[in-house]
Every structure is written in structure tokens, then in C-alpha cells.
Design a protein around this ligand. Sequence first.
Ligand code: UDX
Length: 471
Amino acid sequence: MSKGVSIAVVGSGYVGLVAAACFAEIGHSVVCVDNDEAKVRTLREGGVPIHEEYLPELLSRHRSNRVEFTSDLRSATQRAQAIFIAVGTPQSQTGSADLSYVDAVASEIARNIDSYKVIVEKSTVPVYTNEWIRRVIERNGVSREHFDVASNPEFLREGTAVADFLHADRIVLGAETERAAELLKQIYLPLSSGDYYRSADAVPGARGENDPPPVLLTSTKAAEIIKHASNAFLATKISFINVVANICEAVGADVEEVARGIGMDSRIGPKFLRAGVGYGGSCFPKDVAAFRYVAEQMGVDFCLLKEVERINEEQKRRFFHKVRSALWTFRGKKIAVLGLAFKGGTDDIRESPALDIVKQLLHEGAIVTAHDPAAEGRAKEVIPPGSQMRYADDPYTAAQDADALVILNDWQEFAELDLNRLHYTLRYPIIIDGRNLYGPATMLEQGFTYLSVGRPGLSHTRDAAVGQRLP
Ligand code: UDX
């Protein structure tokens, strides 16, 4: 194994915590810094504040030796060779990224630099942020030879973030000096050399010692743009397939067949062509808006992204109308909801289309019983349980005597329901599936009225309510 680097990661959110655990996993000494004392305490005591596969294992493997938690940015800065900034960049009212946390952290780091450091942007930030960080540090009296600012964007998906980090498609290193590039390369060497994958307890994934992730060295500006452009492109792909789904629905074709046909073109690829209720989460909505704003600031008209956002909003609205088309009215109706997080495999409810749809159902008077394997706790903070909103521990309890079941995210277990049991648990066997987890023909065979996205609606009765175009 290569020589370990002393690393500080500032921010212990989804990105920072995963990065800290993974840097420790590949042999570095890591201090993870957060100004939230309670969070630091939880992490020190062995708690894991987010639901992320392999994260608890990695943290317990390294907690007492290679990774520690602190709120003391000063000493973390002094001990580190590389400082990764992984604090939040929330969306401001204009759609631009609010960089005040990055600014504050950069100033604090600057006040404590006592030897050469590489300060690395890990948060998703607009192009030119590295320039701003450099200026902030210089303004605090640190001379150029004592630091470099680099950009190392992450492409982690929530739920699979650890495997995405350790088995990356690519490692993008944006640096302006040889010295900064060398340190970053050294940090990622255990992955790029393939060494890590030789270890018996390596986290499993797509990469191996003979197929390590490639390293792409770029300018810092290019690295910043790569991150925004990647997320904007993926969001565009989703909005594109959602509109294609709507066409499929109108003509009676199946979007799953169409997506397969499109995706078999190697220039397009099969991923991110799943039609549904629209994208959500902490990245896509924020990053599409921020990239559009960056373009605008540079005098470039990127109205394509505006359309991507509009289609995404429209997709949630269309789905809600689909539920209505099956139930006619909502007041007093009992609706079982599967899925609250913005997708399966995570407890994150930020910008969750599922929550938007639940809120709309409640607004129109429905009585909702929801189940999500991990997001219930967070959802309760936004929609507290009450007479109209209930939470259930499993799908069948949620479905008990419901007038219909609505599927809003794609947890694997929602795709493996006991359909027989579900049929006699529901009051009416109606399923409206926002993630196309089942085949329409199977559902018909099982006696369900089944509506999904971009596929013909099927009913076991002759009930015309399944004509998905009914107003
Ligand atoms: C995304 C990027 O994938 C990741 O590279 C980046 O670092 C952070 O943002 P994440 O937000 O965790 O990751 O979720 P992802 O799995 O990409 O899904 C984003 C949203 O798109 C979810 O709401 C998901 O349900 C939706 N989606 C995804 C679709 O509707 N259809 C698809 O085909 C794929």
C-alpha cells in the first residue's frame, strides 16, 4: 500500500462522512470536522446519522485508529496535508448555490494555515469557486506558496455512496500546480493502482485490481463544470424519458420497451432511462438550477435546463392526476403509500417527489398510511402523524383496507410484494405505480387494476377508470 496522507474533511453530511470513511478505508489518517457538536458526539460514540450501505462497517473498522471526529477545525487544519471542504451548498432564492458555508470554512482554514496545504473542493460548487476560495485565503494573509486550491468532485449516489466512491467510474482531479496534483494522485493511488481491491475485506463493487478507476487530471474550472454538467445531463435524460413515457401513454405503447430500445444504442446507454414520478434528492434539483444560473451569469442561454425542470414538476402533477383518475375523489378515501424518500435505498427526503405527492393527497382530504423502510423518521418531522397521516411498519399494514395503493419510490422490497396477500389486504385491488415496478400483464392476471407510468393502464374489471387519459 502507498503512504498514507493526513486528511481533514470539513463537513460530516452525506458527502463528507462517506469521503472520510472511504479515505480511511484506503489507508489515510482522517479527521472529520463538523461544527455541530451533537453530531460529532454521536459519531464519536459509534452512531451513524445517515442510512448508507457499508458506512457503519467502515466507520467501526476505522473509528479508533484512522478516522476521528472533532469540531476543532483549527487543529484539524494544522495536522492535515489536504483539507477537503464538503459542507452544504444549499440553493438560494435565485437558484444559485449559496456558498456562505464554503466561504466561512475557507476563512477559518486560512487563519490556521502554518505549512503547505492543498484545499480541495468536494462540495458541488459553481465554476470559479476555487478562485474565490483562493482569494479568501490570500486575503487572510496566506501567501501563494503555502497553499493550493484544487477540485475533486464526487459522483456518489445516496444509498450506494460507499461503493460508488471505492469503485468510481472515474476520479476527477482538478489542479493548477504539479504539487497539488501529485498529492491528490497519492491520495487516490490505492484505488487507481488497483491495490485496494486485492485486500480480502475490500468493499465489493464493479472495480477490481485489473480494472481500477481511471484518473482524469483537469484544470480546476473543468473539474467544477464536469460535476454540474454530469448532474444536469442525467437530470435531462430523466426528463427526456418522462416525456417519452407520456407519449407512450397517449398512444398505448410501453415506455419500458421503448427505453430498452433506446438504451441499446451504445451512444445513449441504458442507465437513467427509467420513467417515473420525476427526479428529486439533494443534488439534481439544486444542481440543475445552479448550473442554469452559472450559465446565465456567463451570458449563456441554457434554457434547455429550464425545460428539464418544468417537465420534472409536470411529471409529479401528471402522476397525481393519474391517482385521481383511479379514485375520482379523495376526501375520506384511504390511500396506502409505499415510499417517502426521494428514491429507494436511502432515508433522504430532500426534494422528494413522494413527499410532494403525499402532501397533495392530504391537501385534497385523503387519509394516507405510508411506509418507507428508512425514511419514516425524517418524514415525520415534515408531516407529523395525525388523524389524516399515519405511518405503518410494513407494506401490508399500510395497505390494510385502503381504497388504493400508490408506489412512490423504488425500494427493492416494493418490487417483491406478496401480491396475493396484498390483494386481500386492500379494500379495492387498485395499484398506481409511479416507478413501474411490476409488469402490467402480471398485475392484470393477479386481479389488480394497475396504472403505471408510460404504459397502458389495465383493469381486471371493465371499469373505464383505467383509461389513463380520463380527466
Ligand atoms: C445523484 C447523482 O447520481 C450522483 O452522481 C451525484 O453525486 C448526486 O446526485 P442521487 O441524488 O443519490 O445521486 O440519486 P440518483 O440515483 O442519481 O437519482 C436521482 C433522482 O433521479 C432520484 O429521484 C431517482 O429516483 C431519479 N431517477 C433516477 C429516475 O427517475 N429515473 C432514472 O432512470 C434514474
